[in-house]
Design a protein around this ligand. Structure first.
Ligand code: PHB
Length: 387
C-alpha cells in the first residue's frame, strides 16, 4: 500500500472508531425554554427542579452523557417564542429542547422543532394541536393534553347532578381546549354549558365575570386557570360569595402549587388531574422524599412532569447510545416504554401524549387529596395526527 493511501485508511479508521466516543464524551446540551417570570413563573421553576432531580438520581448522566443546560425565560409570550427557540437551536446548538408551560409558546416551539428535527419534550403545555395535526416523530409530551382533565371533569360534573354549567377561563388554546374537553363529556352525559365566559391571558380582572355568574345562577361553574391567576380567581370567587352557593369545578391546575397562597378559600374544591396528594405508591413516596431532600419543598404536578420529561429523555438516549440524532430509535423506545412516574405508571400513545388515569381530588387543608379515579387510562383522541 502506498504511504498516502495507508495514511488515509488509518485516518478513516481512527475517525470511524473515534466518532461515537467523541460524541459520548461531549456534554449533551439541554435547552430549557420555560417561564421564569410572570403568572407561570412558579410552574417553570418546579419543572426544572423535577427534571434536575431525575438527572441527579442518575449520577448526572443520561444515556452515558453528562448534561449541560442553557436557559431561556419565554415569559409565556407567544410573540417572542419563535425567536427564542431559534436562538436555542441555532446560536446555542442545543441537542434537546425541554419546554414549555404556555400552549401558545409550545405551538411555536413545536413548529420550529418539527422543521429542524430537534428532539422536543414538552413538560406541561397541553396544546391539543401539538399531539394532533402538528404531531411528529421528534415531539413528545410528558404532561397531558388540555382536553384530558376537562373531559374527566365533564363526566364528574354530570355524575354529581349538574345540569346547567357556566365556564370561565383565559381566552387562548389552554382555556378553550380545557373547556372543550369538559363540554364534550358533560353534554354527552346530558348536561348543558349555558354560557362560556373568558378574558385575555394573563388578565385577572374577574369581577364583571363573577357578576355574570351570579346572575346566571348555574348548577356549577367549570374553570381553567393556573399559577398566579388561579390563586386570584379562587380568592375572588370566595370573596364574591359564590363559593357557598355554586360549586366550582376545575382542571386540577386551579389548586396545584397554589394552596399555600389560596388558604381556606380553596378548601373543599373538586378538581381533576393526573397527579395529586396521597397516591401512596412506592415511586411517589421515593420521589417526594427525594424532592424534599433536594429542595426542602413539596412537589406539585409540574415537578412530576419535569421529572418524567427527564425519564423519557433517558429512555430514548439509552436506546440510541447517547446519540440524539438517532431519532427513530429514540421514538421507538419511548413509544414502547412504561414510564414509572410518581403519578402512577403511564404509556405514551400513538400521537406521543401520555395515556393516564385522571384522578378526582378534593382540597383538604394544604393537600389536593386524591379521592378516586375520575377516568381510567384516558387517552387524548389525537385528532388529526399523522406521523
Ligand atoms: C397551557 O398553556 O397549556 C397550560 C398552562 C398552565 C397549566 C396548564 C396548561 O397549568
Amino acid at each position: 500500500m502506498k504511504r498516502r493511501t495507508l495514511l488515509a485508511a488509518v485516518a478513516a479508521a481512527v475517525a470511524a472508531a473515534a466518532l461515537p466516543a467523541a460524541a459520548q464524551s461531549q456534554k449533551l446540551k439541554v435547552g430549557f425554554m420555560l417561564p421564569y417570570s410572570g403568572t407561570y413563573a412558579a410552574l417553570g421553576d418546579a419543572i426544572e427542579k423535577g427534571f434536575r432531580l431525575y438527572v441527579a438520581e442518575q449520577g448526572g448522566k443520561l444515556g452515558g452523557r453528562e448534561l449541560e443546560y442553557v436557559k431561556v425565560d419565554d415569559e409565556s409570550d407567544p410573540a417572542k417564542a419563535t425567536d427564542n427557540v431559534n436562538k436555542l437551536i441555532k446560536r446555542d446548538n442545543v441537542d434537546v429542547l425541554v419546554g414549555t408551560v404556555h400552549s401558545g409558546v409550545a405551538m411555536a416551539m413545536a413548529k420550529v422543532a418539527k422543521d429542524n428535527g430537534t428532539l422536543l419534550i414538552i413538560p406541561n403545555a397541553g396544546a391539543v394541536a401539538v399531539t394532533g395535526p402538528m404531531c411528529a416523530q421528534n415531539i413528545f409530551r410528558s404532561s397531558f393534553s388540555n382536553w384530558q382533565p376537562g373531559y374527566a371533569m365533564g363526566e364528574v360534573a354530570a355524575k354529581r347532578g349538574a345540569k346547567k354549567v357556566v365556564t370561565i377561563t383565559w381566552k387562548y388554546a389552554a382555556g378553550d381546549e380545557s373547556v372543550g374537553g369538559f363540554k364534550e363529556a358533560f353534554e354527552k352525559a346530558g348536561g348543558q354549558v349555558v354560557k362560556e365566559l373568558s378574558l385575555p391571558f394573563p388578565n385577572v380582572e374577574f369581577q364583571p365575570l363573577l357578576t355574570e355568574i351570579a346572575a346566571a345562577k348555574p348548577d356549577a361553574v367549570y374553570t381553567f386557570f393556573a399559577g398566579g391567576g388561579a390563586v386570584k380567581f379562587v380568592k375572588d370567587y370566595a370573596a364574591a360569595g359564590l363559593k357557598k352557593t355554586i360549586p366550582l369545578y376545575g382542571a386540577g391546575f386551579l389548586t396545584d402549587g397554589t394552596l399555600e397562597a389560596q388558604g381556606a378559600d380553596a378548601d373543599g374544591l373538586l378538581t381533576t388531574l393526573h397527579y395529586g396528594d396521597g397516591l401512596d405508591n412506592p415511586k411517589d413516596r421515593a420521589f417526594r422524599a427525594g424532592y424534599h431532600k433536594a429542595y426542602n419543598a413539596v412537589p406539585d404536578v409540574y415537578a412530576v412532569q419535569g421529572y418524567d420529561a427527564a425519564q423519557m429523555l433517558a429512555i430514548g438516549l439509552n436506546a440510541a447510545k447517547g446519540d440524539v440524532t438517532r431519532m427513530a430509535d429514540i421514538a421507538r423506545a419511548i413509544e414502547a416504554a412504561k414510564i414509572d412516574s410518581p403519578r402512577g405508571a403511564f404509556t405514551i400513545g400513538a400521537s406521543h401524549n401520555p395515556v393516564q388515569d385522571m384522578y378526582l381530588r378534593q382540597v383538604v387543608g394544604k393537600d389536593n387529596k386524591v379521592i378516586g379515579v375520575a377516568t381510567k387510562a384516558l387517552a387524548d383522541p389525537g385528532r388529526g395526527c399523522k406521523m
